[in-house]
Structure formats: structure tokens, C-alpha cells
Design a binder for this molecule. Structure first.
Ligand SMILES: Nc1ncnc2c1ncn2[C@@H]1O[C@H](COP(=O)(O)OP(=O)(O)OP(=O)(O)O)[C@@H](O)[C@H]1O
Length: 235
């Protein structure tokens, strides 16, 4: 089977313009392949560049060298060099992203925040809203909160809205940036179950999990970010 995501020789440094243009190397030569139905976890110490890799794959950070080939609408596109228009298409149809924090939109209810990715992909609101309710119920968000905007929710409540929004779609690739960071043990287990269901559905996942129990439960392979620059071969 063709891999949905092939990353080759990815390198990036940041130029600190306020400090005489000092170059801060972040990652070098990152090379890996994601497989459908498996979850690869980025490992390595704090500051090794794990989040930066996710942001490059999602097209949020520019890339200095290397390629990010994504199977998108029946062909491969290189996110590293794609136009913003193509990157938006990749995000709509191919790569989903569950970040640690919810980007709160004023006056939009939690239910609509969760249903929105389905509606923007052409699903009817009448079908999308019950699915959003189902996701919020699974993540134990109290029903009294569903019609309120999440701006005043607790950190864990906001994160659950964010997870519901990220997992509701059927993107074939899912990026997970510490989705369980502020969750209690019950809700962590819900996320572990959601990831298992995505695997069964053939979704390829790339994630960062600082919680060892969650990492052990979901990881099919660990990609040590520091090993690439040293020229070692990744799992
Ligand atoms: N936008 C940016 N501008 C400048 N430096 C940045 C930027 N984003 C990340 N960095 C730097 O790149 C390095 C890697 O950061 P990154 O967040 O990718 O690491 P990480 O492995 O995800 O860390 P953690 O496990 O602590 O979240 C850090 O030294 C960070 O300060």
C-alpha cells in the first residue's frame, strides 16, 4: 500500500532577526514514512523540534530543505513547496490537526465549533450537529455547556471541544499535538479509544504525547527527533 505521508530530509532553522540574524537550527535531515492505520509518535527531549515538525507537515512553518509528500486527492503534493491554496485544500480534505489549545471563536457554541469541520466539507448541518453531540457526549462534556461558546470553559473542557472537533472528520492523516495534556484519566482513555478507532479506519497518525501511559497505549513506533541529525535510521 502507498504511504500517505513521506517526509525526506526535512531541515529547519529559525533566523532571529532581533538578535543580529542569529540562526537557530531546529531539526536536520528528518526522514520518516507514515503508514495507514498506524500511529507514529515523535520522541526526544523538550526543544528537540517535535512541535516544529508537526507545524511543517501542516504547512504552518516554512521548510528550509527536504520534502513532505502527502497523498492528496489521488496524487502526491509536496507541502514543503505547495502554494497556500493547495495547503488549504490539503487541510480541508487530507490532514487534520488536533492542537493542544482551542482557538476560540467568539459567540460560536461548542456544538457548532465541533460540527464546523463537517459542514465546511459539505455535510448538512442537520446531519453534522447530531454527530457533534455524540462526540461531545463521548468526551463527557456536560450537556449544559453544548450551546455556550467555549471562551469561558476550563482548560480541560476547551481541550475536549478541540478533540471532538479534530476527531469528528475522516481525514486520512491526523496530527496530534499533545491532545491529552489537560485531561483527567477517564477522558485520556476516551482519546486512547478514539485513536484506536482511527487506526481501525486506516487513518495514519503522527503525534506528540508527553504522558507515558498514553504514549505506550497508542504508539506503533517512536521517531526520535534527535537521531536524525546524528545520521541514525529512524524506526
Ligand atoms: N516560531 C519560532 N521562532 C523561533 N524559535 C522557535 C519557534 N518555534 C520553535 N522555536 C524553537 O525551536 C526549538 C524547538 O521547538 P519545538 O516547540 O519544536 O520543540 P519540542 O520538541 O516540541 O519541545 P517541547 O517538548 O518542549 O514542546 C526550540 O528551541 C524553540 O524555541
Amino acid at each position: 500500500m502507498t504511504s500517505p505521508l513521506v517526509v525526506t530530509g526535512l531541515s529547519k532553522s529559525f533566523t532571529m532577526h532581533l538578535q543580529d540574524g542569529v540562526e537557530l537550527p531546529v531539526v536536520q535531515g528528518v526522514t520518516f514514512t507514515l503508514e495507514a492505520g498506524r500511529c507514529a509518535v515523535l520522541g526526544g527531549p523538550s526543544g528537540a523540534g517535535k512541535s516544529s515538525i508537526l507545524k511543517m507537515v501542516y504547512g504552518n512553518y516554512s521548510v528550509d530543505r527536504g520534502s513532505i509528500m502527502v497523498a492528496h486527492r489521488g496524487q502526491f503534493v509536496d507541502v514543503a513547496t505547495a502554494t497556500p491554496r493547495v495547503v488549504l485544500g490539503v487541510r480541508r480534505d487530507t490532514i487534520g490537526y488536533v492542537s493542544q489549545f482551542l482557538r476560540v471563536v467568539p459567540r460560536v457554541s461548542a456544538l457548532d465549533v465541533v460540527a464546523e469541520p463537517l459542514i465546511s466539507r459539505g455535510e448538512d448541518a442537520s446531519a453534522a450537529r447530531p454527530r457533534a453531540q455524540e462526540m461531545l457526549a463521548r468526551l463527557n462534556l456536560p450537556e449544559r455547556l453544548w450551546l455556550l461558546p467555549p471562551a469561558t470553559f476550563s482548560g480541560g473542557e476547551q481541550q475536549r471541544v478541540n478533540i471532538a472537533r479534530g476527531f469528528i472528520t475522516d481525514h486520512p492523516i491526523l496530527l496530534l499535538d499533545e491532545p491529552t495534556a489537560s485531561l483527567d484519566v477517564n477522558n485520556r482513555q476516551v482519546v486512547i479509544n478514539l485513536i484506536a478507532e482511527k487506526k481501525a479506519a486506516g487513518v495514519a497518525m503522527l503525534g506528540i504525547f508527553h504522558d507515558h501511559d498514553v504514549r505506550d497505549a497508542v504508539a506503533d513506533s517512536i521517531l526520535d527527533v534527535t537521531s536524525f541529525a546524528a545520521g541514525k535510521v529512524a524506526a
